[in-house]
Ligand binder design. Structure first.
Ligand SMILES: Nc1ncnc2c1ncn2[C@@H]1O[C@H](COP(=O)(O)OP(=O)(O)OP(=O)(O)O)[C@@H](O)[C@H]1O
Length: 814
């Protein structure tokens, strides 16, 4: 088959050719076969193929359709005139591929490693003997004919046959973790393959035996926010007591009266208030989850807009003290930037600033100074960041998307989903300063949407007009263009640059302020020579990030973007090199992996998810202890007809992997590091990118310890949530119910952005593919001693050269 050579000859004509003298019409005779042959065009490729007599088609490997059935529902074929008892007396009438599979598993131990679908790879079906025999040659794959989800137990039996290895009977198929379930459906549910409200019941019931009432409340809120609970009220009614059992005691203690009793209605109301506050912190409300009751906020302190109250809920004196300390320590660049921004703030001039500085130049320090200044004066500052991991380092930080309700799918006319009469709009009107960190990572349409929305919300304010940028608010953006820019699917270099803030008209209003002094190195107070080494390393990293390190081309017409890596960082590529990389980043893994400090300081980075998954699996297998595999429940988001469902059975959905989505099989062991894939609860530091260590594995939940961000050491409960792929590459909408985590011994370079690590291994089985990925990977390391790189180049390419993609135009006019 070759592209572009098929052709069609289309002609529209009257089928009446002519009328003869007697007036009779004559019709053109149409020979469709001849027309087809005339039209058939043999391409040169196909002609040659035929001349050489090559095979035109073949099927490899062969495929066998595996019959399966419910107990005693074997298919029997008979003629109308066959006698019923004769049919029943036939030899092997009960034997089918499925029952014989059970029998083989009873007698052959090695066969038990295979699922029914995998079975034909090692065994062949002899139809005449109705028996499986060991396969001697050839390759074959099994397929289970599709069962519609409405076909009941048949559907669930089919799901189990795709998962369970070595079953010896139907009962064995229904036995999960030693429990015999009454139906195949119940067995599927126990394996986590189904998704319904019962899952949340079980997760909360399990959590109530491990965790405090406070943790349960927080977990209930994340369930509401991230899962599609059909009846949240029923869930609340079932579990509110375990979420409230600390309250009687708390009130008795606070009031110093052990006799006091509070009725259930009041207890529920007090806890609903708390749930509402947790949800508010995450931009949601109980109102979003009908039929949940709304608490009554009769108390005077609740009468103010709760969003505003939360932003004013600071101790002004300690904010002032903090400000004084921070301000006194500002370096020259920071002081200049701080003064300029403060001038605008003091005179209420509004305006837009961009604080540009590479990693360690004290941007976060400057944000803290500005934030404490504004808060100490009882004013409101909103601090946001483009990524969750950056947001948790900002005091009171949120992601820009959640704070401003920026739509996920953006275009040039998008606006934020904020109603002008909402509490959020009121909060924005009251805000004196907005800080937006890691701005280069965000799509320019996001800034434009916020600009449009703020203009709309603020158009009636006294000193604003629709012409003022961001409606006249003072906005400070910050970040470093030496980092991964917004991702444009299948977009090239120009497309990537064109979606950054620099290409927006907003940039014309921006005053750029530079921070150049690397405070991270200065702060280490190292001996002079070590300090110099560190400065050299940092400067070298900056040159890599700006594309200033001399580069060559490896092909005649290729771009000159291959740079030589200093040998001190390199691990020579040979058959043992991957193990050496693992050992250098994770020395004494088996003895040390239970130490969370050890894990928090290190990671291996690779450009693609596939390589990261392989590394993680390898490292998991190196650890002692029993692993546990959690399977996801996968469904279509919107079933709009049977066609899609008929074509795509569940195991096909299970086999799909998407970036940013956990895989169907999630294998974990106690003590393994994992990374969160969603912003679960930003106020508790649970963001996309937060790393955790698994401390306990339940049936429906995981207990984990936070090892990054602002809440290090906290124990948090992670449950399954509903996830949909964020990339547009998914051919149809699917929903996956799974723990929103992945193993994190290794992670993708993009995911590592914002993390700081002592020991970094960079694994490059293929070159990096986007702007400054190499810089981001290398600069995760805090010192040259903590960096190791394994490059796997093609045999004829030099082993120590590495591709460095930098879109230099992004640095123009900065
Ligand atoms: N003026 C200062 N005085 C003392 N320490 C400072 C000062 N500025 C920054 N630091 C310290 O230097 C280190 C790096 O600063 P900071 O985290 O603010 O940099 P950054 O630009 O935000 O880095 P990154 O982009 O990597 O997050 C921190 O430990 C910070 O406390």
């Amino acid at each position: 088959m070759s592209k572009g050579v098929d052709r069609a000859n289309v002609q529209i004509e009257n089928n009446v050719v002519l009328a003869n003298e007697s007036g009779h019409r004559r019709y053109r005779s149409v020979d469709e076969i001849k027309q087809y042959l005339d039209c058939r065009y043999l391409s040169p490729i196909e002609s040659c193929w035929k001349i050489f007599d090559f095979e035109m088609q073949r099927q490899y490997p062969s495929v066998i359709r595996l019959q399966y059935h419910l107990p005693d529902h074997q298919f029997v074929i008979f003629n109308d005139d066959n006698h019923f008892y004769d049919v029943l007396d036939r030899d092997h009438i009960h034997d089918t591929m499925l029952t014989k599979w059970f029998e083989i598993n009873q007698s052959h131990v090695p066969a038990r490693n295979l699922t029914f679908v995998e079975f034909p790879s090692k065994w062949t079906w002899k139809q005449n003997k109705r028996q499986w025999e060991s396969r001697l040659q050839g390759r074959c794959i099994g397929r289970l004919p599709y069962a519609h989800s409405h076909s009941g137990e048949q559907y669930y039996l089919r799901m189990l046959l795709n998962k369970i290895r070595g079953a010896q009977s139907f009962e064995h198929l229904r036995t999960i973790d030693g429990v015999v379930h009454p139906t195949f459906k119940a067995a599927c549910a126990a394996l986590g393959l189904l998704d319904d409200d019962n899952e949340w019941n079980e997760a909360l019931a399990e959590a109530s035996t491990w965790a405090s009432a406070r943790k349960l409340r927080s977990m209930y809120c994340t369930i509401l926010m991230h899962s599609e609970v059909t009846n949240p009220y029923a869930l609340w009614q079932r579990h509110w007591k375990s979420m409230t059992d600390d309250l009687q005691y708390q009130i008795k203690r606070d009031m110093g009266n052990s006799q006091i009793r509070i009725d259930d209605g009041e207890l529920q109301n007090l806890r609903l208030i708390e749930l509402e506050l947790i949800l508010n912190k995450n931009g949601r409300s109980l109102r979003d989850f009908p039929p949940m009751p709304l608490p009554s906020f009769e108390n005077a302190q609740f009468s103010m807009n709760r969003l505003i109250r939360e932003e004013l809920d600071y101790d002004f004196t300690s904010e002032q003290q903090l400000f004084d300390n921070l301000y006194a320590g500002l370096n020259e660049d920071q002081l200049k930037a701080c003064e300029l921004i403060m001038e605008s703030y003091t005179h209420n001039h509004g305006g837009l600033f961009f604080v540009y500085g590479s990693g360690g130049t004290g941007k976060t320090y400057l944000w803290r100074t500005l934030i404490t200044r504004v808060r100490s004066q009882r004013k409101i500052v909103l601090s946001v960041a483009s990524s969750g991991i950056a947001a948790i380092f900002l005091p009171g930080g949120r992601t820009a998307h959640s704070r401003f309700k920026i739509p996920i799918n953006l275009d040039e006319s998008s606006s934020c989903l904020i109603n002008t009469n909402s509490n959020l709009a009121k909060l924005i009107r009251e805000t004196s300063l907005i800080i937006w960190d890691e701005a280069p990572m965000a799509h320019r349409h996001g800034f434009e949407a916020v600009d449009r929305t703020l203009k709309n919300i603020l158009k009636l304010s006294e000193n604003a007009s629709e012409d003022c940028i961001f409606g006249g608010k003072l906005v400070v953006l910050g970040g470093n263009f030496r980092q991964i820019l917004p991702i444009v699917s299948k977009g090239g270099r120009e497309a990537t640059v064109s979606v950054t803030i620099k290409e927006s008209t907003i940039w014309d209003h921006c005053k750029v302020l530079h921070l150049k002094i690397n405070m991270r190195v200065m702060n280490l107070r190292l001996p002079k020579t070590t300090c110099q080494q560190l400065m050299d390393f940092t400067n070298w990293l900056l040159s890599v990030g700006e594309g200033k390190v001399s580069a060559i081309s490896l092909t005649e017409f290729g771009e000159s973007n291959w740079i030589r890596m200093p040998s001190q960082f390199l691990i020579k590529n040979d058959s043992q090199s991957l193990m050496r990389l693992i050992d250098s980043v994770y020395p004494n893994l088996r003895d040390s992996y239970r130490n969370s400090t050890y894990l928090k300081e290190r990671a291996i980075l690779a450009p693609k998810n596939g390589d990261v998954d392989k590394l993680n699996d390898k490292m998991l297998s190196m650890l002692p202890g029993q692993s546990r595999t959690y399977m996801s429940a996968d469904t279509f988001c919107n079933i709009e007809g049977d066609i899609v469902e008929n074509m795509n059975p569940p195991e096909m959905l299970h086999s799909l992997n998407f970036p940013g989505l956990p895989n169907h099989f999630l294998e974990l062991k106690e003590g393994t590091p994992i990374i969160l894939l969603r912003n679960l609860n930003q106020s508790e530091g649970l963001c996309n990118g937060t790393r955790l260590v698994v401390t306990r594995m339940g049936d429906k939940l995981l207990e984990t310890e936070v090892i990054t961000g602002s809440n290090i050491g906290d124990l948090v409960l992670i449950h399954r949530i509903s996830l949909t792929p964020q990339s547009t590459r998914s051919p149809f909408p699917i929903k996956r119910s799974q723990f929103p985590v992945k193993l994190a011994f290794a992670m993708t370079i993009n995911k590592s952005q914002g993390q700081t690590l002592k020991n970094v291994g960079v694994y490059l089985p293929e070159p990096v593919f986007s702007h400054d990925q190499l810089y981001v990977a290398l600069s995760r390391a805090t010192s040259p001693d903590g960096l190791k790189i394994l490059i796997v180049n093609r045999d004829d390419d030099p082993w120590d050269y590495i591709k460095n993609i930098v879109n230099r135009e992004i640095f123009d006019s900065l």
